[in-house]
Design a protein around this ligand. Structure first.
Ligand SMILES: [Zn+2]
Length: 101
C-alpha cells in the first residue's frame, strides 16, 4: 500500500469528498485506511457501571485506499506516488515533484 500512517490525504469519493485529513491507521491487509474525522459512524457505547448513561460516540470507519489521494508534503498537491528501490532501500517518490516523501 502506498499510503502510510501519518500521511495527509485528500478524500476523492464518498460523503467526505474534497476534505483533507490525516491517516490514523493503515490496514494494508484490507487495503483500507482509518482517517481522522472521516467516514464517521455513530456507535452506541453501553454504560460501564450501573447508573451511568449509554453514549453515542462517533468513530471513523475505514475507507478504501482507492478513495483517497496522498497530499505530497513537498509540493502540497494531491499526487500519485511510486516506489523506487535502491539496493535494500525503498523510497516513495512523488510523481509530480519527483521528491522523496
Ligand atoms: Zn510532490
Amino acid at each position: 500500500m502506498k499510503i502510510k500512517k501519518g500521511d495527509t490525504v485528500l478524500i476523492i469519493s464518498g460523503k467526505d469528498r474534497g476534505r483533507k485529513a490525516k491517516v490514523i491507521e493503515a490496514l494494508p491487509k484490507q487495503g483500507r485506511l482509518l482517517i481522522e474525522g472521516i467516514n464517521l459512524r455513530k456507535k452506541h457505547v453501553k454504560p460501564k457501571k450501573s447508573g451511568e448513561k449509554g453514549q453515542i460516540v462517533e468513530t471513523p470507519a475505514p475507507l478504501n485506499a482507492s478513495d483517497v489521494k496522498l497530499i505530497c508534503p513537498k509540493c502540497g498537491k494531491a499526487v500519485r506516488v511510486e516506489y523506487k528501490i535502491e539496493g535494500k532501500k525503498k523510497y516513495r517518490i512523488c510523481k509530480k515533484c519527483k521528491q522523496e516523501i
